[in-house]
Every structure is written in C-alpha cells, then in structure tokens.
Write a protein that binds this ligand. Structure first.
Ligand code: SAM
Length: 368
C-alpha cells in the first residue's frame, strides 16, 4: 500500500531556520557524526542490526542528526494527513497544540507551517504550543527552534512551553486539554515509550493525532488503541471514512508514504548515508469529538495501482469493509482513468457498493 505525495509546504526560509537554530553549516550536514546516528536510529526503530553498545553516541550529535533528517522527513506526514482529512472546518477553533514526545518539536512546526501556508486565519487563533519530552537535549533544541521561529511576525503572538517530562506524567497535569479546543499529537513517541499506550484513553482530547512508523507491528498496536477510541465515541477524520471497528485484515496494515527528498539537503544526506529510497512510510489517525458528516458514502484509497493481466487493482476501505477492487484496464473511460491515477490516501466517491470487488466502466468514480 502507499504512494508518494508531492505536497511541499516548507517555508522558503526552512533550511536557514533549521541550520541556524542547530548551529550547523550546509557543508557539515554529511559529517559522520550526523550520518551514523541516522542509520542507527532507523535500525533501532525497525529492531534490525542494532546493538546500542556499538554506538558511543554524543547526545547533542544524535539530537542534531534527528532534527536535521527525521524531523524534516516527518513534517510532511502531518500535511498529508490534514490534506486528506474530512471536515476540517473546526481547525480554526484550535488554540492549543501539544506534542507528547516532541523531540525537536517536529509536529508542532509541521502544524504551524500547515496553517501558515494553507489557513493563515487559523494560525492567528493559535495561542499556546507545548512540547513534552524526557530528553533535555531535545527540549533545548525545540526551544532554540521556537525562539528563531518567533522572529517571523506570523508566529510572534504564540506562547510556548517546552517541558522535560514523561508524557504519561504531563498528560495528567494538563489543565487546558479538556477546557479549550486542543490538538494533542503523539508522533513516533508511543513506540518508544515504555508507558502503557492505553493511558491516552483516560483523557478526553478534543482532537488527537497519532502518527507512527508504517510497519505491520506498529500498526497492530495502533489499531487496538484506535478501536478503543471509537468505542469511546471519537470520530475519525483520517484515514477511516466512517468510525467502526477497523476492518483491515489481521496480517495487513494501513499505511501511506511521503517523499523524504522534498528538499535538496535531504537528498544530499540520504545519498551520503546510502539511503536511496525516497519513500517514508507511516500510519496515522486523526480523531476528534466533533461530529462528522458521513452522509456521503466514501472510500479511502489505501494502495497504489497494481497492474496485472489487463487489470488495475487497488485496495479501498470505507471504514467497515476493505475491498480489493479490480477494473478492466482495456476499457478506456474517464472513471477508469480516474481510478488508476487517483492519489493514494485520497477519498473516493463511487456510486457502487463494490460488492463484486469490481469497478465497472458504468460506475462513476471521483477522488478528492
Ligand atoms: C522518534 S522521536 C519522535 C520525535 C517527534 N515527535 C517526531 O515524530 O519527529 C521519539 C521522542 O519521544 C521521546 N520519548 C520517548 N518516550 C517518552 C516518554 N515516555 N515521555 C516523554 N518523551 C518520550 C524521546 O525522547 C524522543 O524525543
């Protein structure tokens, strides 16, 4: 499943902001001290070929490497998720954004850049951002990035707290989570945490975004939390188009990918590190307690087009059923072309229940 998206909302000054906050020169980014942790962190997450003792790490180098590479690679995941979410009118009400396990503040910046480029009026409404991480080094980097960001007038009205804490402690003490509309984000932090993921079920979030690496193992943990949140009457804006028990087969997983080479310096670092694949896979869920209008029946395109023996095949999910849909590629019709070309992750409007797992040329197909 998955495809590459091209949505690039990095501000023109992103690279300057990042490098100057990290005190790094463009010529330094391919140094061994930044490339080595980049590979080791990946092996750690995938739990392959990783022996912690082999790495005599300097905390600041690891955190700097993460902020340069993984933060930049992760930021578009939020854009992809929001770009393909249903009913986002209520975003303009969100005044507080909290990221638990924020590292350098990845998804706080991703969200603020999304508003900056796509919803400038909603950006004016943001009052507070909060980053929580148990690593002092990461929090120091997040603070530096924030103070540099505030030099841009569009962000100067925002107040920030960056806190060294375990998220499982901080979550209990947050007063505004339940009072004002707040977006709470867990980005690649639940997998790292030894804390019980189910702790998030005890809090009433108005909006909750969870993003994790796009592997089967991580998805299965996420699926369980997702189903429990649905039982608590949360609605899902992405990826599920209705909020039922997840219908994905037990051996499969719902994931998408973004292009990590959107900026030239990322390509340079990737090449130097021998990471040639531009695809960065992830799973994500955006929940809220807002009512979602599900009156129009829609499907989510979960996979890119697979071509086989004159057929085009894609997985589609409507929140309660997953279908592996086949169409006859030889029939040249507008809806056939639209089905083949639609971006993975987008929403599809189809006037068929797809019961026979086939899209016929008489069926209409449109994606958004
Ligand atoms: C993979 S990084 C993710 C950083 C950022 N959210 C992102 O997606 O780019 C995971 C972060 O979670 C932090 N972390 C792990 N367990 C934590 C916990 N229980 N409480 C607070 N922070 C935690 C780590 O220090 C690290 O900065």
């Amino acid at each position: 499943m998955g495809t590459t998206q091209k949505l690039n909302l990095f501000p023109d000054w992103y690279e300057n902001w990042l490098f100057s906050s990290l005190d790094v020169n463009a010529d330094d980014i391919c140094q061994e001290k930044y490339l080595k942790p980049l590979i080791a962190l990946n092996n750690n997450w995938l739990q392959e070929k990783y022996e912690q003792d082999d790495y005599g790490w300097d905390d600041l180098d690891v955190a700097t490497s993460y902020a340069l590479y993984y933060m930049t690679a992760n930021i578009p995941k939020l854009w992809f998720t929001f770009n393909h979410s249903s009913d986002l009118g209520h975003l303009s009400k969100l005044q507080n954004i909290v990221e638990f396990g924020c590292g350098p503040g990845t998804f706080l910046w991703a969200y603020l850049f999304y508003l900056y480029q796509c919803k400038p009026d909603a950006l004016k409404e943001v009052k507070n951002i909060r980053g929580v991480d148990h690593s002092e080094t990461n929090i120091a980097i997040a603070k530096k990035l924030f103070s540099e960001l505030q030099k841009h007038p569009e962000f100067s009205h925002i107040k920030a707290d960056f806190v060294v804490s375990l998220w499982e402690d901080d979550i209990k003490a947050l007063p505004y989570l339940e009072d004002d509309p707040t977006l709470a984000i867990f980005g690649n932090s639940l997998i790292e945490s030894s804390a019980n993921i189910d702790l998030i079920l005890d809090v009433d979030f108005s909006h909750l975004l969870i993003l994790e690496p796009g592997t089967n193992k991580h998805f299965q943990r996420l699926r369980s939390v997702r189903d429990k949140l649905v039982e608590k009457n949360y609605n899902i804006h992405f990826p599920c188009t209705t909020s039922h028990k997840c219908p994905i087969d037990k051996n499969n997983w719902c994931h998408f990918n973004v292009n990590r080479f959107l900026l030239p310096f990322m390509q340079k670092m990737s090449t130097a590190a021998g990471r040639k694949n531009h695809k960065h896979h992830f799973s994500a869920f955006l929940f809220s307690q807002e009512k979602i209008d599900n009156s129009t029946k829609t499907w989510r395109l979960l996979s890119s087009t697979r071509k086989a023996k004159g057929s085009a095949i894609r997985y589609l999910c409507n929140g309660s059923i997953v279908r592996e849909v086949v169409l006859n590629k030889k029939v040249k019709s507008d809806s056939n072309r639209a089905f083949i070309k639609a971006e993975t992750g987008s929403i599809a409007f189809i006037d068929s229940t797809l019961e026979k797992n086939r899209l016929y040329s008489k069926d209409s197909f449109r994606s958004k």
